[in-house]
Design a protein around this ligand. Structure first.
Ligand code: SAH
Ligand code: DHB
Ligand code: MG
Length: 220
């Protein structure tokens, strides 16, 4: 593809300054007590604070609503913030299966999902994504899959998602710029590029220019 015109390469400009982003998040993506507990938990409990931002969390919630999502899979629970955001948007008979490798993260997440009022709608499954995903297939096909775990396996998670998502269902992938290393010569960069290329083939897709890129696809 030739280089894009100026208006496209302006993405990544600096209009979204800290103050501007904070204002927008406050207006559109405020936390109630339950969401605040899940969002603040990583800092308070001494685990990595690598949850999605409040605006991305709200986006996840709106996407679930727009897709009419009822059955959803997440890879990478951490403390349950993104899970709480998505689960809040599910109908009463909806369900989110969220996979987490670290048993302590999973335990903290379960507490936070109780506080967020969505414990009955979320199952946190402890294990590695590649091992757990096949065990969830019996519940599919799914309305949405959100990938936010180990970056070197995004291509595998994406392939699983394409095979287990209904037409019109969503693929969402955080950290799609791979911390700026997407076009570097690392194994995980190549894996993330495969994720992008598979997504563009199997889904009508875009990479939203959030700070670290968020792939959004609608299953063909
Ligand atoms: N989605 C969360 C953030 C997830 S951070 C939120 O926005 O609130 C990434 C999580 O993936 C971490 O908790 C990490 O322990 C987990 N993880 C790392 N490797 C994994 C794997 N192979 N399978 C499942 N989870 C994994
Ligand atoms: C890391 C993981 C994430 O999912 C994220 O959004 C930011 C950082 C990490 O592993 O460092
Ligand atoms: Mg992430």
């Amino acid at each position: 593809m030739p280089p894009m015109a100026d208006h496209d390469s302006r993405a990544g400009a600096t209009y979204g300054t800290r103050n501007v982003l904070d204002y927008a998040a406050r207006v559109h993506a405020a936390h109630d007590e339950g969401l605040a507990q899940a969002f603040d938990a990583p800092d308070q409990r001494g685990i990595p604070a690598i949850q999605v931002g409040p605006s991305e969390g709200k986006l996840l919630s709106l996407l679930m609503t727009l897709a009419g999502a009822r059955k959803v899979v997440e890879v990478g629970t951490l403390a349950g913030y993104s899970a709480a955001r998505m689960a809040r948007a599910l109908p009463e008979d909806g369900h989110l299966w969220s996979i987490e490798f670290d048993a302590r993260h999973a335990e903290i997440a379960r507490e936070n999902l109780v506080a967020a009022g969505v414990a009955d709608r979320v199952t946190v499954v402890v294990g590695a994504g590649v091992d757990v995903l096949p065990t969830l297939e019996e519940h599919g096909p799914f309305d949405a899959v959100f990938i936010d775990a180990d970056k070197e396996n995004y291509d595998k998670y994406g392939a699983w998602a394409a095979a287990n998502t209904r037409p019109g269902g969503l693929l969402i992938g955080d950290n799609a710029y791979l911390f700026g290393k997407l076009v570097d010569e690392e194994d995980r960069s190549a894996a993330m590029r495969r994720f992008h290329e598979q997504a563009a083939r199997d889904y009508d897709s875009v990479c939203i220019p959030t700070p670290d890129g968020l792939v959004l696809g609608v299953r063909r």
